[in-house]
Design a protein around this ligand. Structure first.
Ligand code: SF4
Length: 189
């Protein structure tokens, strides 16, 4: 018998997927194209690669290549060489990509503006953390729940994995290297 939590989780996820598909269709694109736009609007500077995108969406880099080419040709995303290692490409939303996502989002098709509720966020985080660690998947969380995020002098945030400073906007983005801190990943009782 399915637990109540799983029933509601299934409904939430199917509703989100169907609303995403509807919004993508209205914009003349496929679901995966909208998922690419959304991911690139949320991810941080360590996570904007085709590989990280594939991991997030559960697809191989190869299977995403046509969709990325379509989005690039349509002018919604662009590739730039990594500033440190120019063999790698970084993906960015263009002005047109940002404007399209804003138009879609403003229709509240994807999701309403849920009120910030710390208890609800913590509950969802724990469910996700359990599920992902059970399946060996990356968490793709935000810095604020990551074990590598440390507050340093002056109250600033710093990533102890990369040694780089994190701005207020950085800490709200999702990251491929994220690992839940032990309190956030404690199993649900
Ligand atoms: S603190 Fe964690 S989530 Fe933030 S950039 Fe570093 S590894 Fe990524």
């Amino acid at each position: 018998m399915m637990s109540d939590v799983r029933i509601w989780l299934d409904r939430l996820s199917s509703l989100h997927k169907s609303q995403m598909r509807k919004a993508a269709c209205a914009a003349g694109m496929q679901l995966v194209h909208l998922e690419i736009l959304q991911y690139l609007s949320m991810c941080n500077r360590y996570s904007n690669t085709a590989q990280a995108l594939g991991e997030y969406l559960g697809q191989t880099k190869g299977s995403l290549s046509q969709s990325l080419a379509f989005m690039e040709e349509a002018g919604y995303i662009e590739r730039k060489p990594d500033p440190v290692d120019r063999r790698y490409a970084r993906l960015f939303l263009t002005k047109e990509g940002k404007a399209l996502l804003k138009r879609i989002d403003s229709g509240k098709i994807l999701a309403p503006d849920f009120p910030e509720d710390d208890a609800a966020v913590e509950m969802i985080q724990r469910l996700l953390s359990d599920w992902q660690s059970h399946n060996g998947l990356k968490s793709f969380g935000q810095c604020k729940s990551c074990r590598f995020n440390k507050t340093v002098d002056g109250g600033r945030s710093q990533c102890m994995l990369t040694g780089e400073a994190l701005s207020k906007s950085d800490v709200r983005k999702i990251c491929r290297e994220h690992e839940f801190s032990s309190t956030a990943s404690a199993p649900l009782s």
